[in-house]
Design a protein around this ligand. Sequence first.
Ligand code: PEP
Length: 257
Amino acid sequence: MNKATRKAIIAGNWKMNKTRPEAKALLTELAPMVADVKSVEIVACVPFTNLETALAATEGTNIKIGAENCHFEKSGAFTGEISADMLAEMGVEYVVLGHSERRQYFAETDETVNKRTKAALEAGLKPIVCVGELLWERECNITEEVIARQIKLDFFGISADDLKKCVIAYEPVWAIGTGKTATADQAEEVCAFIRDTLAKLYGADVAETITIQYGGSMNAANAAELVSKKNVDGGLIGGASLKAADFTTIIKAAEVG
Ligand code: PEP
């Protein structure tokens, strides 16, 4: 398998944006703009409060809905948390896990990302697991060490069959929401490194099937170059996913590949 046979995934991460009427309006605007897209999986990962609205607004379309996090326990005394089973029961398909904002502001660790990934898989969700280095880690020339460690820990104890249900998003932390995009060569270099790391852990055949996205200030202007790279199978998009026209341009760029 190679890029030509891996299906690119363009996923929007809405973060803490959009009320329910705004969510409905955005998805209702987006759906006809991307209705003809077949070769790219389109996902909108939305706040918990918007899930039901988003699922209803995209029914019968080619837009899949994801959540932005889930807890690792099935149920219990975890005030304010949402379980993977709760999401799956609603019809949610994807869940973003280990986003750098969760790691930075909500004390998530590779251990909890690993537990959340396992819980999501058990519930039948497709995890989009985010990894990425801080700016100073890149400056200290330890990007590969950081990424290898995250991959090993986040996927610890996860079988090859389960790994195939996961998406990995390479998101350099210094590029998220900053307007500073990694160059296409930098994105390719780390995405290829992630694939090599997976090949060492699971074998090359498995690694070749895994969708590895780039995320970090991807927008309508830079998407085409980023997704043209051999190991970049789409993107996880924050800010630019909040505008239907920009998100559509990124999706269409991924169709070309
Ligand atoms: C993200 O939230 O995952 C992200 C990549 O954000 P942005 O595109 O705004 O940098």
